[in-house]
Design a protein around this ligand. Structure first.
Ligand code: PLP
Length: 285
């Protein structure tokens, strides 16, 4: 495997950043994960726009021209011969003597790009079964709209889920409303068949997969409401699912100890999963 690190393509096993990289010391950096599907990087322009927004919010400069970044992303995918999988991009504020203050202006941001293959058949098999989620009190900082590499709360929540036999943790806020998953956006279909997801204004990351699914929902004429929903409403739901670039639409069949519906993936979730790639933008690698 090949990784791109600060201007060089190197063997993945030797890929490393400096010990004084601010990403390493302060989690002072941002990232993106894009799906690679049939040799194409899915929704790349939207991911690049979100990367731009994350960088701006943290006042980190672009490490290179956008066009160069697109080229290198494609090159990393190509060199790793990834047909289906993910490409990962991380940008940090760079390497400087440890100090909380921003480094001097001549410090350049660090960039790492990696790619790896996944098995679409295994993912589809997992979707046929559906996943379990646990609920978990929201304990993250209020700027979760920034796709920062500071993911320690998410790591702890997801590990707790795993130890309880679940795949994801759904955060709930002080009003007992679900915000999102540790690495996914959260959706439910109510008993009367309305699809519901929380607005992206606050408390969640504006998922790219979420925005594509919203377009698909509009195209398909599925009844939809963008509003907060409570943990109890989720447990009473007919179906539920999560979305992320790495898992696409993944049905949820159990929340804590509550089995949803008949315990099988819901029909809206499966329909959106099947149709997902008919609604996205592609750029051939
Ligand atoms: N919410 C969180 C906290 C995430 O980490 C992610 C993806 O990693 C998402 C939502 C889904 O975002 P996207 O669809 O852009 O992958």
């Amino acid at each position: 495997r090949i990784a791109y690190v600060n201007g060089q393509y190197i063997a993945h096993q030797d890929a490393a950043v400096h010990v004084e990289d601010r990403g390493y010391q302060f989690a002072d950096g941002v990232y993106e994960v894009c799906e690679i599907w049939q040799n194409t990087i899915v929704d790349m322009p939207r991911h690049i726009d979100r990367l731009d927004r994350s960088l701006n919010e943290l006042r980190i400069g672009w490490p290179m021209a956008r066009s160069a970044l697109l080229f290198i992303m494609r090159e990393v995918v190509r060199r790793n011969r990834v047909r289906n999988g993910i490409v990962y991009i991380q940008v940090t504020r760079g390497v400087s003597r440890r100090d909380h203050f921003f480094p001097p202006d001549d410090v350049v941001p660090s960039i790492v790009i990696t790619a790896r293959s996944s098995n679409p058949k295994a993912a589809d098999a997992a979707a046929e079964k559906g996943i379990s989620v646990i609920t978990f009190p929201e304990n993250r900082w209020p700027r979760v709209d920034i796709k920062s590499v500071a993911l320690l709360p998410n790591v702890l929540a997801k590990q707790t889920a795993k130890e309880q036999g679940a795949k994801e943790a759904w955060y709930f806020d002080a009003d007992n409303n679900v915000t999102e998953g540790g690495s996914t956006n959260a959706w439910i279909v109510t008993k009367d068949g309305t699809l519901v997801t929380r607005p992206a204004e606050n408390g969640i990351l504006r998922g790219i997969t979420r925005s594509v699914v919203l377009e698909l929902v509009a195209r398909e004429g599925i009844a939809f409401e963008e509003r907060a929903f409570s943990v109890q409403e989720a447990k009473d739901a007919r179906e539920a699912f999560v979305t992320a670039a790495s898992t696409l639409v993944m049905p949820v069949i159990k929340i804590d100890d509550t089995i949803l519906g008949n315990g099988h993936p819901g029909s809206i979730a499966m329909r959106l999963r099947e149709q997902f790639h008919t609604a996205t933008d592609f750029l051939t690698v």
